[in-house]
Design a protein. Structure first.
Length: 282
């Protein structure tokens, strides 16, 4: 009984310590919130003119002119060129690109594993249905009821398979949305102008143009970074680092920022710093 009381007291203290840490973290976030809002407002102001120009081009249907929209905002371009003098920004972009490539490859493997498993089950079901028809024919029974059963099972299987993939895709889109937010925050912290956490389509379009301009200005200045340097730069993202040859893509209509996957699922617009072939989706 005494040992039980001691264990209960230890559990109570551990729970109190856990709750205290949670309260301290919440208090810290509350203290930082005004500063974060102020920083975000400043970045919003920087891109406001370009955002309005993008909205105007959308209304006019002139999306092919999107790449030149930054030339209409010399103030924003001056921010970009000033930030491009900081070579550490390219290091952050390289690090984020490595992480995204890994996650794209991981997501593609998971989805393909589901598709392969469904294919195997489909083949097994086909064999079962064929055996039923053969047995019914050999026994001289009518095959109409057997065929109806087979058709119902096939229809239900196809419906369940589509639903399984839909649920997977929905979950992954939420995960990729969080990844986009992490990238936005990391790029803001690194000092890339116009970056803040947003889901607004036009604001994300401006951010993509900014990063395209940044990578064009910084391209080729710095050699590829060693793994330990990249790990130290982006360790706060809490994502396992990818191998150097990791590739792949997972698409949506809106890509995440730093890279477009080479094997994306139907993405119309790729991620920042890559071609329009998939990339993290929204």
């Amino acid at each position: 009984e005494r040992q039980s009381r001691i264990q209960e007291e230890e559990r109570r203290r551990a729970e109190e310590q856990k709750n205290q840490k949670i309260q301290e973290e919440q208090a810290r976030r509350e203290r930082e919130r005004p500063d974060r809002r102020l920083k975000d407002r400043k970045e919003v102001e920087k891109i406001q003119k370009t955002k309005l120009n993008i909205q105007r081009l959308r209304r006019q249907g002139n999306l092919e002119d999107m790449s030149s929209v930054l030339s209409m905002d010399p103030v924003l371009r001056s921010y970009i060129h000033k930030a491009a003098k900081n070579e550490s920004i390219l290091q952050v972009i390289q690090g984020l690109m490595r992480v995204q490539e890994f996650k794209e490859d991981e997501l593609q493997r998971k989805r393909q594993a589901i598709v392969d498993q469904q294919h195997e089950k489909k083949q097994s079901l086909f064999q079962l249905h064929r055996a039923r028809l053969q047995n019914a024919t050999a026994a001289g029974r009518s095959i109409e009821s057997v065929q109806l059963r087979n058709d119902n099972e096939s229809s239900n299987f196809d419906m369940e398979s589509r639903e399984e993939l839909r649920i997977f895709d929905t979950q992954m889109m939420e995960e990729l949305k969080k990844e986009t937010h992490q990238q936005q925050m990391a790029l803001q912290t690194a000092g890339v102008p116009g970056f803040f956490m947003t889901d607004d389509e036009d604001e994300q379009a401006v951010q993509k143009l900014i990063l395209d301009e940044m990578t064009a200005l910084l391209g080729g200045i710095i050699e590829p970074l060693p793994d330990d340097t990249i790990n130290s730069l982006i360790g706060h993202l809490e994502v396992q680092q990818p191998p150097r040859d990791a590739r792949g893509g997972y698409g949506g209509e809106r890509g995440a920022y730093v890279h477009a996957g080479e094997r994306g699922y139907g993405g119309e617009r790729g991620g920042f710093g890559g071609e329009r072939r998939g990339g993290f989706g929204g």
